[in-house]
Design a binder for this molecule. Sequence first.
Ligand code: ATP
Length: 303
Amino acid sequence: MTATISIQKVDKAYGKIHALREVSFDLPPGGICALVGHNGAGKTTLIKLMLGLIQPSGGAIRVLGEDPAAGEFSARRQLGYLPENVAFNAALTGRETLSFYARLKQLKPATASTMLDRVGLGDAADRRVGTYSKGMRQRLGLAQALLGRPRILLLDEPTTGLDPALRQTFYDILHELRDGGATVLISSHALSELEGRAQHVLIMNRGTLVAEGTLAELRRLSQLPIRVSFELGPGYDDAAPTWLANLAASGTDGHVVLVPDDERKMALLQVAAADPQVRNIEVVTPTLDDLYAHFLRARETAE
Ligand code: ATP
């Protein structure tokens, strides 16, 4: 499948500061990608390069087949962007603001009203933006980014300030866009929120891409153990079952085994499931937080 975003050996220097070093990855259509990294890792710089707001110092960038830094970047109209800090004219109403962006994207003004309803701002549409709360301004920013069903959506810290209800609506909208073939890139520090929502993860550290892949690929690469714990029936009060005895580090409240991969996890689960004295099995796989910490540690050790 042709990549909608292709980043090849991209460098970006601001004077002596190297914001990005030799970053390469491709993103396909129809996917949500999480871009994670500490403050100053280079996430916003990457997004600005994709939008053509800044030029790379080296390497090649293609967005929908075009170079964003070239004068003619006609694909820009198919991009939605939510910046980290959204600023709007406080004197305009929400409807006026969004109608302005709709016109820029050559959309009918009615599109603005539909989108305001979608992000829960229908009732506040005719109030001045200056009177909006932080979360309401964030909703307006989202609405602006989502106008016109973009093929690529670049979101810098999109859920900061959103309440849980809108957060859910927000991801529902993203899933719809993804299912329609859009590429969605979310830069965020909210790792647990992205887990299960992003198919692909890019982990940045101090300007370099330290790991990328699906969560399953990152788990395999990291070799972090999977924790399987068993709750056993009274038949095993005195001694652990033989299938567990060789593996387990027994605890007082149950029995815990750390397995290195999915194959061994499945083998263990099959044996355990056949034992009628096993009352419950819990499997805890490494989270995105665990993987993030692991790959950053691995990079620090390598340096
Ligand atoms: P955060 O999570 O804090 O938003 P980030 O990962 O988005 O961080 P960037 O904003 O891309 O990080 O910054 C990457 C590096 O480039 C930082 O060291 C930053 O100070 C530097 N940088 C970014 N923009 C400029 C600029 N205009 N001039 C000089 N240095 C810059």
